[in-house]
Design a protein around this ligand. Structure first.
Ligand code: PNW
Length: 444
């Protein structure tokens, strides 16, 4: 038996665009994902979040299911286009849905953890360059200030950004996420502005003197060299620089990693977008770090890749429905590395979970593969805590099946099954298993 600390917070996570729907309700404007999804060939079957899980209307039932699950905390995100649907327009009605949601959560004693940006940028900001435009930083601060004013007394746990690596590199370099750009220089600029906007919002939060905690969520993907060859080790180091250190170093050390700066400068010229004082803002003291962990990557040198000269070897065995290899031990090593190389502030796993091809039969979803995945990752987290690791909580991704970005509704990460015809919710076996873990506060 592996018991967790009494104060340990068990939770589940979602994001606005992935579950809400209500695409035109109460004055919501368009986001970059609404537009991206309309472009042929970008998203599986051109599916979008117009209805999604209809959480916008079904939130009472969903919060009821959270209560029955027993989670102490629920991580969700705010939809920026609900509050600022058009340039220069603040839509106060856009706050109403979140008031109702918070009322439900409070009634059940579930602590909210709110992400300010989980990728649904208002379209009018994209029309001005999105995250490549430094002015977006100021708009982000204005938006966050509205949330702090409206909900600062009710929400005590704030996450500025979800996975800025995805927002910058999947969105601006690889083109697989909105806004679908394929320009590395733009991605680097976007990554800096995302980080800067994080720092500026932390400063705004501090200056308002709100009680509560603020942090950021990074998706961290350990890079494992494919062989013992020195060239593969070097490629893995670059991959680590690209995915992890490019965000961890400025936040916790106040500087971009030198090897990566050299690599990018050689290719793209001086990084002019980094201005005096930016890194001071980015490295402001945080109350916690949120970590999203799904898999590690196996890296070999690739001469044909002109930027990182590194290739990700895809795995075929013991993978999830995303094709992501299952490596719980890497979660333990990742947490240990954060503690030894970066920071001992409280850590939260703000996302961990897996997509599998679930089948609903006779009213049941027997997702034993997901139970095993979660059990093994909880166990890795437990090992870290045993060794005095400062891990305070764990949010399963996801509370329910939802819109998996470019994969549309074809990938199911939920511990609750959603029938997209009827929108009926069915707790999976993993939900019942998790319920027991939370109730006992321990795993086997
Ligand atoms: C995260 N990758 O996304 C997000 O925070 C969630 O919204 C998402 O549903 C979840 O993980 C599952 O994918 C990622 O390609 C998307 O490396 C793509 C990648 C990583 C994280």
């Amino acid at each position: 038996m592996k018991a967790f600390p009494e104060s340990f917070k068990w939770g589940a996570a979602t994001a606005s665009y992935q579950i809400e729907g209500g695409g035109h309700e109460e004055g919501r404007g368009e986001s970059i994902w609404d537009r991206f999804a309309r472009q042929p060939g970008k998203v599986y079957k051109q599916q979008n979040g117009e209805i999604a899980c209809d959480h916008f209307h079904r939130y009472p039932e969903d919060v009821q299911l959270m209560d029955e699950l027993g989670i102490q905390s629920y991580r969700f995100s705010f939809a920026w286009p609900r509050l600022f649907p058009e340039e220069g327009k603040f839509n106060s009605e856009g706050l109403e849905f979140y008031k109702r949601l918070l009322d439900e959560l409070e009634a059940k004693g579930i602590t909210p953890a709110a992400t300010i940006y989980h990728w649904d940028l208002p379209i009018w900001l994209q029309d001005k360059g999105g995250w490549t435009n430094r002015e977006t930083v100021d708009h982000f601060v204005a938006y966050a200030n509205v949330l702090f004013e409206a909900f600062g007394s009710r929400i005590k746990s704030w996450i500025t950004h979800n996975e800025p690596w995805c927002a910058a590199f999947l969105g601006y370099a690889l083109g697989v996420h909105a806004p679908g750009r394929t320009d590395w220089n733009e991605a680097l600029i976007a990554s800096h502005h995302l980080l800067l906007s994080h720092g500026k919002v932390v400063e705004a939060f501090r200056s308002m003197g709100l009680d509560g905690e603020i942090g950021i969520t990074l998706n961290l993907t350990p890079a494992v060299p494919a062989t013992n060859a020195q060239k593969d080790a070097a490629a893995a180091k670059r991959s680590d620089g690209f995915a992890n250190r490019w965000f961890l170093d400025p936040i916790f050390k106040g500087n971009y990693p030198e090897d990566m700066m050299a690599l990018y400068e050689k290719r793209f010229g001086p990084l002019h977008f980094v201005k005096e004082g930016d890194l001071d803002s980015i490295s402001g003291q945080l109350d916690f770090l949120g970590i999203n962990y799904y898999t590690h990557s196996i890296i070999e040198e690739d001469e044909n890749d002109d930027i990182l000269r590194a290739a990700n070897i895809s795995e075929t065995e013991n993978v999830t429905d995303m094709g992501w290899g299952i490596h719980p031990e890497s979660l333990y090593h990742l947490l240990t590395r954060i503690k030894t190389e970066y920071t001992d502030i409280p850590l939260y796993i703000t996302e961990n979970g897996a997509a599998f091809q679930d089948q609903k039969m006779d009213g049941k979803v027997e997702d034993h593969d997901r139970i095993k995945y979660l059990q093994d990752h909880f166990s890795a987290a437990h090992r870290f805590i045993e060794e005095n690791g400062n891990l305070k909580g764990y949010y399963v991704w996801s509370f329910m099946d939802n819109y998996e970005w470019a994969f549309g509704y074809s990938k199911r990460f939920g511990i609750i099954y959603v029938d997209y015809e009827t929108l009926e919710r069915t707790p999976k076996e993993s939900y019942k298993w998790y319920q027991e873990v939370i109730r006992k506060n321990q795993i086997n």
